[in-house]
Design a protein around this ligand. Sequence first.
Ligand code: RI2
Length: 308
Amino acid sequence: MSAVEETSLRIANMSIRGAGRIARAGASAIGDFARTYEGRELDGFIRDLGKAVDTLLASRPTAVSLWNGVHAAIRGAEDCTSLEEAVSLVSGNADRFVEDSSKAVKRIASIGARRICDGDTLLTHCNSSAALGVIKEAHSQGKDIKVYATESRPWRQGILTVNELAEAGVDVTLVIDSAVRSVMKRIDKVFVGADTITSDGVLINKIGTSQLALAAHERRVPFYVCAETYKFSPMTLFGDMVVIEERDISEVVRPGEVPDSVKVFNPVFDSTPGRYIDALITELGMMSPGSVYGVMAEQLGPTVFSKE
Ligand code: RI2
């Protein structure tokens, strides 16, 4: 099995998970592919690079961070005039994406932590490195905070979250997903991550995120989304819908636990409309969901639509 296939498999089986991590793993796999390429022709490299990209992108369909990470790594490769140039460009692109992505998570932590006050009780969902970066930064600044973390069925990424927060010394309480509305009366602010944000400011994140947003909205609790801008989906600018991943039913029920006639539906992500989001915390600063179009259009350049 090639290194690219192995990374793709590890992303698909969730050994590597989290939107930022899969983006960095995808970009790194492309960088390694370029560095270790044994062919001698530029055409062959470009063709094999395309296959590597397809293999990685087939691993998980929803988080656009993977698409953006992989495409950041290959940007400009088709314009190269020699194999050496292409290899150096792609490996350099990949390294830069990984470095910029890690810096973005740190910048989000520093910006988001300012929104947290001494004495706040926070709620988070699933296991987002961007959201946990914010919470841990506030804690390390000496703010006295409490955190409620959801279990996040079926993969129970909440267990990772409570372990990570406990290790950092944060006062953390695990709750089951269906306790969200009930605990909201104790919560001052909600911080979640993002897998994808559409051009019209809709958040796609771990299944259950939208019920945190609704319960927060009901009690006027601020709802913040911590997201690097490579979680913004350029495809949605062109009208594409986000594909919501559905995973195997074995993640929800054990074999033989329910009759074969019972259907099990296991969507991994849900959509939260921008009107339930108080702010996006990005490496470019705090912004409203309504700002996403402008940021994306600027990143893609003024001729984006004329290129179609
Ligand atoms: P960071 C995760 O997806 C969660 O939905 C989390 O909110 C999101 O990625 C962002 O994570 P999964 O891979 O990039 O667990 O903030 O399905 O780490």
